[in-house]
Design a protein around this ligand. Structure first.
Ligand SMILES: NC(=O)c1ccc[n+]([C@@H]2O[C@H](COP(=O)([O-])OP(=O)(O)OC[C@H]3O[C@@H](n4cnc5c(N)ncnc54)[C@H](OP(=O)(O)O)[C@@H]3O)[C@@H](O)[C@H]2O)c1
Length: 263
């Protein structure tokens, strides 16, 4: 079976291509770096030749409201029209749990637009909504940082390892389309504030996390359960603490304490 991973060089895409190949499938990593562009259409027809499945794990280079919307709309329209013209029988797209509850953000309005285009197309599909990746927690923390302080709401989050996202996608993509949405998440729930504290502590980062009900998640207010998946979500196995330990071992002194500072 030939599967084309659009965005196959990204965080999820590169892991997914590797897993598909390990399972004996022909997996193509398609992205601008490899001469395939879902916005301009460059290289798409060639990459999709003989493909039965397309997995869209692209992300927009810009998260500015208008640009991110244009990216996901244009890219999704192009992919679906090339797939409909070819022999593709399953379009899999990676989206985000809670998207419709997060539309105060332009990024999530763009993801919702992407989902709606897929639902309206004639190509059989599976939308996979994942919770936030462990790899994304640092960015969430950075976004809410002012000076040495991080203001985080106590809203609940059930994050997951990118590796578990890729495993779930590999399984779903090699099964028939469900013409619906599946949710995937991590094995544990945390308050966002607690998650931020654990993430910083593991990196010996001195920033202080303040629990603040008015605090923002990536710039928007979130209610207590807005980021949580449904109870029937498929759950990854990797726990945040073990992922932190492993990633700290891979990147020693990722955030070393300042040294030689005069007191
Ligand atoms: N971050 C989270 O916590 C989270 C949670 C749930 C779902 N998601 C979703 O997961 C998806 C993948 O995220 P990620 O972190 O793996 O993304 P990423 O690492 O930023 O990778 C993005 C990929 O998109 C490709 N790309 C960019 N422009 C393209 C174009 N015009 N044509 C084809 N490919 C293009 C990039 O290719 P080049 O390398 O060639 O530039 C790269 O391979 C996103 O849609 C995101 O919404 C994220």
């Amino acid at each position: 079976m030939k599967l084309v991973v659009i965005g196959g060089t990204g965080l999820i895409g590169s892991k997914l291509v590797k897993k598909l190949r390990e399972h004996g499938h022909e997996a193509v990593a398609a992205s601008p770096n490899n001469g395939v562009n879902s916005i301009t259409g460059e290289g798409l027809a060639e990459a999709l030749k003989g493909a039965s499945v397309v997995i869209d794990v692209t992300n927009s280079p810009s998260w500015e409201d208008a640009e991110v919307l244009k990216f996901f709309e244009t890219s999704t329209r192009n992919l679906l029209s090339y797939e409909a013209a070819g022999d593709v029988g399953h379009h899999v797209a990676l989206s985000v749990v809670g998207t419709e509850r997060l539309v105060a953000s332009g990024f999530f309005r763009a993801k919702l637009a992407q989902e709606n285009l897929i639902k309206a197309s004639t190509v059989p599909y599976t939308i996979v909504r994942a919770t936030q990746f462990f790899e994304f927690v640092e960015k969430i923390v950075d976004y809410s940082t002012e000076g040495n302080t991080v203001r985080m709401p106590p809203a609940l989050i059930q994050p997951m390892a990118a590796d578990d996202v890729a495993s779930a996608l590999a399984k779903i993509a090699t099964h028939p389309a469900v013409n619906g949405t599946l949710e995937i998440g991590g094995p544990e729930q945390f308050g966002l504030d607690e998650l931020a504290r654990r993430s910083l502590a593991a990196r010996q980062d001195p920033r202080e996390v303040i629990s603040d009900p008015q605090g923002r998640y990536y710039g928007i207010e979130v209610s207590e359960r807005a980021l949580l998946p449904d109870k029937d979500a498929r759950l990854g196995e990797t726990r945040f603490e073990s992922w932190l330990t492993e990633s700290a071992a891979r990147v020693p002194n990722a955030h070393p304490q300042p040294t030689g500072v005069a007191s």
